[in-house]
Design a protein around this ligand. Structure first.
Ligand code: NDP
Length: 246
């Protein structure tokens, strides 16, 4: 049997967008959510909304590029609730630009957050899940994990990497009753495009590419669906986007 009620779910990048929507939805369905991100004020605001709706939540400042901090939030979940059911590796950044712009700091930041951050979530959660004999890793990739185009080279590369890591992990840990799911959103309402520093790219993304957009709650619903399946059912991969997207 499986459902969401009573599950302990750690969510990275829960101060806005998809992570916030996921925390709120799972908490409303009876999960204990442990939420992390760097902007503590925003995180606390999410936590107080969840509490006001009667949900169970613990918030903790988190930078996923630091393994120790990811281990710390997982340990916090264990000390508060005594088990770890799900880690949602959601934190991500998307400062798109053409390669020729040589925004090397931004390339490195995407690699650090989008790839290393996911690996850190796995490194922190997997030993506990293996010991428990159950668990679920949900990694958030993107439709950019399936195709790359102008300005998306590095972002897509990081999301292809998340897809590769997720597929390999699933084959490694299934026998230990650990489920592994890849969730790939298409264009979704969030703050993701706000950190694009290349002006022409930002204009295109905001005015053209993101004209058809789905709410973050749509992705939260997909994550909840995967978590709610029976323990012996692994939702391998979900791709969700706007119906009318170009
Ligand atoms: P948001 O920008 O709204 O949310 C990103 C979250 O990641 C924020 O909570 C941010 O919090 C957190 N974050 C960023 N860097 C770090 C870090 N170093 N450590 C911890 N947390 C961090 O965007 P989305 O909700 O859209 O993004 C969530 C995921 O969905 C990302 O992986 C993104 O790539 C993916 N995605 C989104 C799509 C979309 O159209 N929105 C499409 C495809 C995929 P803080 O700044 O407080 O640390």
């Amino acid at each position: 049997m499986s459902s969401i009620q009573g599950k302990v779910v750690v969510i990275t990048g829960a101060s806005s967008g998809i992570g916030e929507a996921t925390a709120r939805l799972l908490a409303s369905q009876g999960a204990h959510v442990v939420i992390g991100a760097r902007r503590l004020e925003r995180l606390e605001a999410v936590a107080s909304v969840i509490r006001s709706e009667g949900g169970s939540v613990v918030s903790h400042r988190l930078d996923v590029t630091e393994l120790e901090q990811v281990q710390e939030i997982i340990q916090l979940a264990m000390s508060q609730f005594g088990r770890l059911d799900v880690v949602v590796n959601n934190a991500g950044v998307m400062p798109l630009s053409p390669l020729a712009a040589l925004k090397i700091d931004e390339w490195n930041r995407m690699i650090d957050v989008n790839i290393r951050g996911v690996l850190h979530g796995i490194a922190a959660g997997l030993p506990i899940m293996t010991e428990q004999g159950f668990g679920h890793v949900v990694n958030i990739a993107s439709t950019a994990a399936y195709t790359a185009g102008p300005t998306t080279a590095v972002y897509s590369a990081t999301k292809y990497a998340v897809r590769a890591i997720t597929g390999a992990l699933r084959q490694e840990v299934g026998q230990q009753h650990i489920r592994v799911t890849l969730v790939s959103p298409g264009v979704t309402e969030s703050e993701l495009a706000e950190n694009i520093s290349d002006e022409a790219t930002k204009q295109y993304v905001v005015n053209e590419y993101r004209r058809q957009i789905i709410p973050a709650s749509a992705i939260a619903g997909a994550i909840a669906y995967a978590i709610a399946q029976p323990d012996d059912v692994d939702v391998n991969e979900l791709v969700i986007g706007p119906t009318a997207h170009i």
